[in-house]
Design a protein around this ligand. Structure first.
Ligand SMILES: [Zn+2]
Length: 141
C-alpha cells in the first residue's frame, strides 16, 4: 500500500472534505473478509481508542492515518493504521502494524475501529480522539 508522507496529513476536522464513507460502504469491505464490522468495533467507539485521526486527500484517494491502542486500557502498545478511500467512499486499501492487519487489505480490529471512526466522523462531523495533531507534534519533540 502506498502511503503519503506523514507531513501531508492534517487533523481531521469539520472543514475537511472527507470521502463520503458510510456504514454500508465500510461493511462491504469488512464483509469481504468475513469480519463482523458492527460487533467488532462499536464497543470501542467513545472510549478514545484512537490517539488521533489524520487525513490527506490526493487526486484520486482520501488517506486516513490513525494510531490505535493495541488493547483497551493499555497505553504502551500502539499500532498505526492506514486506510485509503476512493472518492466515492469505498475502502481502497488498508493496513495495520499488528500481525493480523498486514496490507494492502488489512482487516484486523484496529482497521475496523479506524473505519468505524471515519464513518462516525463523516456522519456527525465530530472526532473522538485523544489529542490534536499539534499535541502529537509536540510530543515528538
Ligand atoms: Zn491491527
Amino acid at each position: 500500500m502506498q502511503i503519503p508522507a506523514t507531513s501531508f496529513y492534517k487533523d481531521v476536522n469539520t472543514n475537511m472534505k472527507m470521502a463520503p464513507v458510510d456504514r454500508e460502504k465500510a461493511n462491504v469491505y469488512m464483509e469481504r473478509y468475513g469480519v463482523e464490522f458492527d460487533q467488532l468495533v462499536t464497543s470501542f467507539y467513545g472510549d478514545k481508542f484512537l490517539l488521533y485521526l489524520w487525513m490527506f486527500s490526493s487526486d484520486n484517494l482520501c488517506y486516513v492515518k490513525s494510531s490505535c491502542r493495541a488493547e483497551m486500557n493499555k497505553k504502551i502498545d500502539l499500532y498505526v493504521v492506514d486506510i485509503s478511500f476512493t472518492k466515492h467512499g469505498f475502502v481502497h486499501d488498508a493496513q495495520c502494524e499488528c500481525g493480523a492487519g498486514e496490507g494492502p487489505f488489512g482487516h484486523c480490529k484496529h482497521v475496523g475501529t479506524v473505519l468505524y471512526f471515519s464513518v462516525k466522523c463523516v456522519q456527525s462531523g465530530e472526532v473522538k480522539v485523544e489529542s490534536s495533531f499539534t499535541e502529537q507534534l509536540q510530543s515528538f519533540t
